[in-house]
Design a protein around this ligand. Structure first.
Ligand code: NZQ
Ligand code: ZN
Length: 389
C-alpha cells in the first residue's frame, strides 16, 4: 500500500425526511444568504422544491434561486450563477438534485470568489484555493459528487468536458434521503448504478500491490450495487434497495475505495468525450466503454481482471486458463448491464465512427498516454472506441 492522505469532512444526514433539517444545517455551516440551485424540474414535480423553499423561509433564510441545470452541466449557467451570487451577496450554495446540479454548484462556488474566468480551473490554468461553502440535497444515487472534491463541466464554446477538484469544494453537508430517489426513471437508476461500479473499478484496477482492505471495500460496494440495482428497478419504491444504493454511491467515490494505490480513470476519460459530443447520460456512456476497456486490458494485464471475476462475479478460478475466468467475469458484467437496460454500443447512444479520431485527440490533449492500469496510447484508445461500434 502506498502512502496517502484522506480528508473527507462532509457531514451526512441520511434517512427519511432528512431534508427537513436543511435550514438548520445551512446555518450550522455559516450560511445566511443562500443560492438554491437545481435542475430541469424533477424537484418541482416531486414536491421537494416547495418543501425546501418553505423550510428555508420559515427559518428566515434569504434564498435566491437558479434552476435549469442540464445533465452534463454547461458553462453558460455557471456564469449566470456567479453573477447572481455576486449581485445578491450569496454566502452559501444549496444544490438540490444530482451530480450535474452539485457540479454546477461547485463551479459557481469557486468562480464567485475568483477574478478570472472560472473555466481556468477546468483547463488547468489555475488552482481552486477558495470557494463559497456548499450543501447538497441529493436526488439521485450516481455520481458521488455529494461526498467528492470533484466537479465536471462542459465548456460550451469548445465542447470539452473537463473535471477539476479541490478539497474546498467538498460539500459541508449532504442530505441523503433515499425516498427522494424513488421517482427516478429506471434508466437513470441503472445509469447511476453503472457509474458507481465504474467509480470503484477505476480504483480497483490498479497495479499497486497489497491493498487488501481497499480491494475488499471495493468488492463490497460492487456486490451491493449488483444486488440492489435490479431490485430498485423492479420495485422503484423499495426503500431499502434505494438506501443501500444511495450510500454505495457515496462510498464508491469519496475515495475510501481508492486510497493507497495508483488509480486508473481511463474509462471515465474515454466516456467524457462521448457525453461532451453527444450529450449521452454519463452512466450509459460508461456501460458502453467500461467492458470494452476491460476486454482490451485483459490481453495485456490480466491479474485484476481475474480477481474481478472471481471475487465480484463469483466465477470459479480456472487455474489452467485464468484468462477464461477473467473473460467470464467481463461477460457477467456485460449481462448485468444488459439486464438493467444499459446500452452496449455506439449505435445505441447515437455516437458516430467518424468522430473517433477527434475524440481520441481531445481526450489526450497532447498527452502521450491515458490511464495507469495499462497505459493506453492513442491507437489503443481508438481501438477501444472501435470495439464499441
Ligand atoms: O434535472 P432534473 O429535472 O432534476 O432531472 C434529472 C436529470 O434529468 C433526473 N433526476 C435526478 N433526480 C431525480 C431525477 N428524476 C426523477 N426523480 C429524481 N429524484 O436525472 C437526470 C440526471 O441527473 P444528473 O444530475 O445529470 O445525474 P448524475 O448524478 O448521474 O450526474 C451526472 C453528472 O455528474 C458527472 C457526470 O460526468 C455528469 O455530468 N460526474 C461527476 C462526478 C463528481 N463530481 O465527482 C464524478 C462522476 O464520475 C461524473 O463524471
Ligand atoms: Zn462517473
Amino acid at each position: 500500500m502506498d502512502n496517502f492522505t484522506f480528508y473527507a469532512p462532509t457531514y451526512f444526514d441520511f434517512g427519511r425526511g432528512a431534508e427537513a433539517h436543511v435550514a438548520e444545517l445551512v446555518r450550522r455551516f455559516g450560511g445566511s444568504r443562500v443560492l438554491l440551485h437545481y435542475g430541469g424540474g424533477s424537484i418541482k414535480k416531486s414536491g421537494l422544491y416547495d418543501r425546501v423553499k418553505s423550510v428555508l423561509s420559515e427559518a428566515g433564510l434569504f434564498a435566491a434561486e437558479l434552476g435549469g441545470v442540464k445533465p452534463n452541466p454547461r458553462s453558460g449557467l455557471v456564469y449566470e450563477g456567479i453573477e447572481l451570487c455576486r449581485k445578491e451577496n450569496i454566502d452559501f450554495i444549496l444544490a438540490v438534485g444530482g451530480g450535474s446540479t452539485i457540479d454546477s454548484s461547485k463551479a459557481i462556488a469557486a468562480g464567485s470568489l475568483y477574478d478570472g474566468d472560472f473555466l481556468d480551473f477546468y483547463h488547468g490554468k489555475a488552482k481552486i484555493e477558495r470557494a463559497l461553502p456548499i450543501g447538497t440535497i441529493l436526488t439521485i444515487a450516481a455520481a458521488g459528487s455529494e461526498g467528492s472534491p470533484n466537479t465536471v463541466i462542459t465548456d460550451e464554446a469548445t465542447l470539452l468536458k473537463k473535471g477539476t477538484k479541490s478539497d474546498v469544494l467538498r460539500p459541508k453537508f449532504s442530505i441523503l434521503n433515499p425516498e427522494l430517489t424513488c421517482t427516478l426513471p429506471a434508466y437513470q437508476t441503472a445509469a447511476g448504478a453503472t457509474d458507481m461500479i465504474a467509480h470503484v473499478c477505476e480504483r480497483y484496477f490498479s497495479n499497486t500491490e497489497e491493498t487488501e482492505i481497499t480491494d475488499r471495500l471495493c468488492e463490497a460496494v460492487m456486490k451491493t450495487v449488483i444486488y440492489e440495482a435490479p431490485r430498485a428497478i423492479r420495485e422503484p419504491d423499495n426503500y431499502e434497495a434505494r438506501a443501500n444504493l444511495m450510500w454505495a454511491g457515496m462510498l464508491a467515490h469519496n475515495n475510501s475505495c481508492g486510497v493507497g494505490r495508483v488509480q486508473d480513470w481511463a474509462s471515465h476519460h474515454i466516456e467524457h468525450e462521448l457525453s461532451a459530443l453527444y450529450d449521452v447520460t454519463h452512466g450509459a456512456g460508461l456501460a458502453v466503454i467500461m467492458p470494452k476497456w476491460m476486454r482490451y486490458v485483459l490481453e495485456i494485464n490480466p491479474d485484476k481482471c481475474v480477481l474481478f471475476a472471481t471475487r465480484v462475479w463469483d466465477i470459479p478460478l480456472n487455474e489452467e486458463n485464468p484468462r477464461e475466468t477473467a473473460l467470464a467475469g467481463i461477460e457477467a458484467f456485460e449481462a448485468f448491464l444488459r439486464e438493467i437496460g444499459m446500452p452496449s454500443s455506439f449505435a445505441e447512444i447515437g455516437a458516430r465512427a467518424e468522430d473517433i479520431p477527434l475524440m481520441a485527440d481531445k481526450l489526450l490533449g497532447g498527452r502521450k498516454t491515458e490511464g495507469n492500469y495499462v497505459k493506453l496510447k492513442r491507437d489503443d484508445v481508438i481501438k477501444i472506441y472501435e470495439n464499441a461500434l
